[in-house]
Design a protein around this ligand. Structure first.
Ligand SMILES: Nc1ncnc2c1ncn2[C@@H]1O[C@H](COP(=O)(O)OP(=O)(O)OP(=O)(O)O)[C@@H](O)[C@H]1O
Ligand SMILES: [Mg+2]
Length: 402
């Protein structure tokens, strides 16, 4: 276990035990139990205000938990002050010293703590982020992405056993962001330290992290490997925050040894028991839009295929790699379908009569109690509004042109 002023050779475990954080009149964190194994890249993903920064501040020692403990490398640091913890934080605003060179910025903390060979160590950290050739520049002579890498070098140079990253890529444009995600990940792999990365960008979390925790209103809803979270979301929130989902609610109408069948507006939809959290009563089941096939004629179904329809295509959006269809199926609601653009032109046009089908193994069943929730996910409503607005704009434009 490294002291705050030492250089950690490897990452440390982080344990949050029974953490609650109340601000006057507001509970930011309801209850948090979390273990992040040493050397892992962990992403905390959630919408604005769900408590991500508060969690990082608790780990860094900038806030005290109302209840609970913070353990780093098995040691209780709850009562330690920020500088006594083997932790460094990279915030969204890089906060580099403008009057210092890049090298001086990186060496500054080492110098202040009287650590040997600050300049050599700063060069080493700059080589890690591939910026050593710009060591003599001032921050304002760098691009946003380069400044971000200096901020990272400045944190890495301390070899914290635990590195906290709070939306560090927020200010970068999309392309640079994607590039930095890959670089950050490879830096983490090469230094072997523990990274706790906070973001509200689901693609960023999935690209970078070994483990993603989805946070909602001060609680972790689900945690796991990105593929597992994506393929088997357990709650409606996760199903819609991490990508998009089509959700259907209905009573379980039949059960076999390994599957349940759910009555969705009079149609039996089959979900494997191993992929469904609830097997009786009223349940919510789902399937991802890219798992759906779109048909212009009623598809033949068998025991391994589910189908719904007919419905009407109410929107077609071309997004480059894929085309997104919104299909209104009477009694069921809106279903989103993504199809890869393998040929020219859409499979179906707006107004067309269509069916959707999917493999039974692609469905999932949520653990949410549907009776405690609205019949349709709020996302479908926002999507309807978006389509409406788009259609209104389009007819306005057409009216102007005419
Ligand atoms: N010092 C404080 N006093 C009162 N409420 C606070 C305080 N700090 C944070 N909060 C509240 O706690 C909640 C969680 O805030 P936090 O900064 O952790 O959110 P976040 O998940 O980081 O959001 P964002 O993605 O917008 O950065 C918010 O509702 C916020 O208003
Ligand atoms: Mg925040």
């Amino acid at each position: 276990m490294a002291a705050a002023s030492g250089f950690a050779e490897s990452g440390a475990d982080l344990d949050l035990v029974g953490i609650q954080k109340r601000f006057p009149g507001f509970t930011a964190i309801e209850h948090l139990d979390l273990t992040i194994p040493a050397g892992s890249f962990f992403a905390l993903l959630g919408p604005s205000g769900c408590g991500k920064t508060t969690t990082l501040r608790l780990v860094a020692g900038l806030e005290d938990p109302t209840t609970g403990q913070v353990l780093i490398g098995g040691k209780d640091v709850t009562k330690l002050r920020p500088f006594e913890r083997p932790v460094n934080t990279v915030f969204q605003s890089y906060a580099l010293f403008p009057h210092m060179t890049v090298l001086e910025n990186v060496a500054f903390g080492l110098r202040r703590r009287k650590i040997a060979d600050p300049i050599d160590k700063a060069h080493e950290a700059l080589r890690l982020v591939e910026l050593d050739h710009l060591a003599t520049r001032k921050p304002q002579q760098l691009s946003g992405g380069q400044q971000q890498r200096v901020a990272l070098a400045r944190a890495l140079v301390n070899r914290p056993a635990l590195l906290l990253l709070d939306e560090p890529l927020g200010a970068l444009d999309l392309k640079l962001r994607r590039q930095m995600q890959i670089e950050l990940k490879s830096i983490q792999e090469s230094v072997g330290l523990t990274f706790l990365h906070v973001t509200h960008d689901q693609e960023e979390a999935m690209t970078m992290a070994d483990t993603v925790a989805v946070m909602n209103k001060g609680r972790i809803e689900q945690m796991g490997a990105p593929e597992v979270l994506y393929e088997l979301p357990r709650t409606a929130f996760v199903a819609n925050f991490l990508g998009q989902s089509n959700l259907f609610t209905g009573p379980v109408a039949g059960t076999t040894a390994d599957a349940i069948s759910v009555d969705v507006a009079g149609v039996k939809v089959v979900v494997p028991k191993s992929r469904a959290a609830r097997h009786t009563g009223t349940v919510t089941i789902g399937v991802r839009p890219e798992k759906l096939a779109l048909h212009t004629e009623k598809p033949a179904t068998d025991a391994s295929t589910n189908a719904l329809g007919p419905g009407r295509v109410i929107d077609v959006s071309f997004t480059g790699v894929s085309t997104q269809y919104l299909v209104d199926i009477p009694g069921v609601g809106n279903v989103t379908v993504f199809t890869q653009n393998m040929g020219f032109g859409p499979t179906a046009h707006e107004g067309a009569e269509v069916w959707v089908s999917w493999h039974v193994e692609h469905g999932f069943g949520l653990e949410d109690d549907p009776d405690a929730e609205p019949r349709f996910s709020p996302d479908a409503d926002t999507q309807m509004l978006a389509v409406q607005t788009k259609n209104e704009l389009q007819s306005e434009l057409e009216a102007e042109e005419a």
